[in-house]
Design a protein around this ligand. Structure first.
Ligand SMILES: Nc1ncnc2c1ncn2[C@@H]1O[C@H](COP(=O)(O)OP(=O)(O)O)[C@@H](O)[C@H]1O
Ligand SMILES: [Mg+2]
Length: 253
């Protein structure tokens, strides 16, 4: 059974059609990259899946439940199983690394527990364990504004992992990083996918990176799925279709 099934998903912002009848399935354990030019709907897709924004039409079946119809605690429970990683990390910089990682547990708490930062010993131990996995243990009590970009993104990954997610959705996780840090982050995402069997859906700008790391690639253009297949089947011709002929020269460079 598919872990995630997106069916005829459409999202309009007023006159703009950001997603148009997009359909695909993701099986547990897959590493799927989403590529496509700016404005093709990659961010909108990720945000619709966990209902950060409301889809206009279509269905999103995640782990057997239709996200589109979930509300209140049902939606909270479903979201807790979906980790999110962002281009600009979305950390609270005046707080410590540990505090930011523990924020990943908020989806499991009542509002009052959350406001009072009431975390169990087991949650703190899990956070430290995950920080160790990401080689951040020495930075546990540092403020996040003292970290490098690559370290900040590792905190973002740690925060997603303490959720015990079934899937992690990454929106351009390496677009703000230098090539060395980008490779470290992609290697961690791959390791987490392989060793912890967490399914990955990753929006990427870099076609070569998508080809190297993914078991499958989705190519979006103007909100529609133009390509859905293995990395080796993403030919130059397919890339032109996804990015448009005017991008051809750039792609060849
Ligand atoms: N909040 C918004 N309000 C209006 N239009 C938006 C909004 N967010 C995105 N769009 C539009 O939706 C389309 C898809 O955007 P987006 O999902 O950000 O694409 P991508 O992540 O692939 O660059 C673009 O035309 C963009 O301008
Ligand atoms: Mg985007």
């Amino acid at each position: 059974m598919a872990l995630l099934k997106v069916e005829n998903l459409t999202k309009c912002y007023g006159e703009t059609i950001a997603l148009k009848d997009a359909s695909f399935k993701i099986t547990r354990g897959e590493f799927v990259s989403v590529i496509g030019p700016s404005g093709s709907g990659k961010t909108t897709l990720i945000r619709c899946i966990n209902r950060l924004i409301e889809p206009t039409d279509g269905d999103i079946i995640f782990d057997g439940k239709n996200m589109v119809y979930l509300k209140g605690s049902g939606l909270r429970h479903a979201r807790a199983k979906i980790g999110m990683i962002f281009q600009h990390y979305n950390l609270v910089y005046r707080l410590t690394v540990l505090e930011n990682v523990l924020h990943g547990r908020l989806g499991y708490k009542s509002n009052i527990q959350g406001i009072c930062s009431l975390y169990t010993q087991a949650e703190k131990e899990k956070a430290i364990e995950v920080l160790d996995l990401l080689r951040l243990k020495d930075h546990t009590y540092k403020r996040c504004d003292q970290l490098s970009g690559g370290q900040k993104q590792r905190v973002g990954i740690a925060r997603a992992l303490v959720q015990n997610p079934k899937i992690i959705l990454c929106d351009e996780p390496i677009s703000s990083l230098d090539p060395g840090s980008a490779k470290v982050i992609m290697d961690y995402l791959k390791k987490i996918n392989k060793e912890l069997n967490i399914t990955m859906l990753v929006n990427l700008h870099q076609i070569d990176v998508a080809k190297k790391y993914s078991s499958r690639i989705l190519g979006f253009n103007k909100g529609s799925v133009l390509f859905d297949g293995a990395a080796e089947d993403l030919t130059q011709e397919r890339i032109y279709q996804i990015y448009g002929a005017e991008a051809g020269e750039l792609i060849n460079d």
